[in-house]
Design a protein around this ligand. Structure first.
Ligand SMILES: CC(C)(COP(=O)(O)OP(=O)(O)OC[C@H]1O[C@@H](n2cnc3c(N)ncnc32)[C@H](O)[C@@H]1OP(=O)(O)O)[C@@H](O)C(=O)NCCC(=O)NCCS
Length: 178
């Protein structure tokens, strides 16, 4: 799937291309954490840890259990998002969104919104009508999801450590797709 507007295209990577571009995926994740994004990692996490995260996604991408969306400026990948299809037999309509990461140089130009729209469209096409995710309360992600019509269904104080080690609140969101 490819959606192209302006110079940056939003598309999915298959497992082979994701493996070939692990270094770029790594760079996006490392930069986000270094700049304070609370996305499951702590500051100073090892190169092996970041590469292992992306490498561990490859079997699921290959099997179709998950899809990896990227923003590609033609020279390098500048953003990522994961769409993960629930595997439980009683949740064939549900999927989770994660690793919504936009390179700092590309933020506030609508890429996050475009990625989310592509993810939602792919979910619809796969028959998934309920999407879920969580993010640090008050973060840029929190604002992005609200602005894209996601519903806040609860908050858990002290849910996750921020990269620098402070416990922070997480907000949980869902979106029902028409
Ligand atoms: C969250 C993130 C993906 C947003 O990506 P982005 O490309 O900058 O988002 P967009 O430009 O599409 O923003 C769309 C809307 O979301 C809201 N928004 C996004 N970032 C915001 C911010 N820092 N402050 C306030 N509102 C923000 C705004 O309403 C914005 O619309 P506007 O620019 O017309 O005001 C990006 O900031 C990022 O990668 N952050 C670090 C990683 C992270 O925390 N990811 C979320 C993990 S769940």
């Amino acid at each position: 799937m490819t959606v192209t507007t302006a110079a940056i295209s939003i598309r999915t990577l298959d497992a082979a291309e994701a493996e070939a571009r692990l270094a770029e995926l790594f760079d996006i994740l490392v930069e986000a954490v270094a700049l304070g994004a609370s996305v499951n990692f702590l500051a100073g996490f090892s190169r092996d840890g970041a590469l292992a995260f992306w490498r561990n996604q490859l079997p699921g991408i290959a099997s179709g259990e998950r899809q990896l969306f990227v923003a590609d400026d033609g020279e390098r990948l500048v953003a990522t998002a994961l769409l993960m299809f629930a595997q439980q037999p009683n949740q064939p309509h549900r999927a989770e969104v994660g690793k919504m990461l936009v390179r700092a140089s590309e933020r506030r130009h609508g890429l996050g919104r475009r990625l989310l729209e592509a993810v939602e469209q792919a979910a619809r096409e796969a028959g998934r009508t309920l999407l879920m995710l969580d993010t640090e309360t008050g973060s840029a992600g929190d604002r992005l999801y609200r602005s894209c019509g996601w519903t806040d269904y609860g908050r858990v104080p002290g849910h996750a450590f921020r990269p620098e080690g402070r416990l922070a609140e997480t907000t949980f969101f869902y979106k029902q797709l028409a």
